[in-house]
Ligand binder design. Sequence first.
Ligand SMILES: Nc1[nH]c(=O)nc2c1ncn2[C@H]1C[C@H](O)[C@@H](COP(=O)(O)OP(=O)(O)OP(=O)(O)O)O1
Length: 245
Amino acid sequence: MIGNPESCKESKKSYQELGPARSSSEFGVDGLCESGQNPGSGGNVGREVDIMKETAAQQRIRQCAEYARSLACLPSVGDIDWQHWQPTVHAVLCYISNRQTDEVLLIKRLSAYAHGLISGPGGKLENGESLEQCVVRECCEEIAVEPHNFCLRADLFFHFTNGVRMRGYAYFTDEWSGEPQSSEEAIPFWCKRDRLPLHQMWDDDALWLPYVLQGGRVRGYFIFDDDNRMLSHDIVWLPAETREF
Ligand SMILES: Nc1[nH]c(=O)nc2c1ncn2[C@H]1C[C@H](O)[C@@H](COP(=O)(O)OP(=O)(O)OP(=O)(O)O)O1
């Protein structure tokens, strides 16, 4: 079976219908608008979003970092015209959860790029392939597992200072077939959902992955330098009920 028949219809539609980028400042300090309702969703965000609230101290740190960045003339997400931004590369990630054990299937990457880094399985889109086919191919190639009924929950825009512009699509599911196996590209392992090794993952993962593993959705904008360090970010938090990105 390739991809997912029903539950991904919404995601297929959503990445094509991406609206204009909105800054998190439009959503208030904690990434939501003051009323606790997410614009466009009409839904009550509820408790899940509370875990991501930015504290006053975190907000201050982010503001100081923005200020330091402006002094150092480093690029900021606010400098980019995201509406006209075109990716040079499309890539997928897939996070498979085991509800019974409350674990998520991660990989340690063995390829030259990002060697030793931990993430979900995934990779770049190949010519003529759909995003869903890419998810299945990458999971099968890297860890011999086939995910089913996966849904797009994070739409990620990575702008690298070396000119690469990658759009990443992170899919989530708790249905799969096959036993995880190591390959030349990856070593798979199960990890408790609340004990993610965030210090060994891409910088941006710490910002959005815990929230999305709890059912939320995000659209994220990131600038990375040539050493794969995150320079700037902006995240639009979307509640679980959101049907469109
Ligand atoms: N900053 C970042 N944050 C993140 O969460 N995922 C990132 C990321 N930078 C890259 N990725 C992911 C997206 C995609 O799954 C993968 C692409 O990187 P790679 O080119 O290393 O993948 P692969 O070498 O597996 O790709 P293929 O060559 O297509 O197999 O890494």
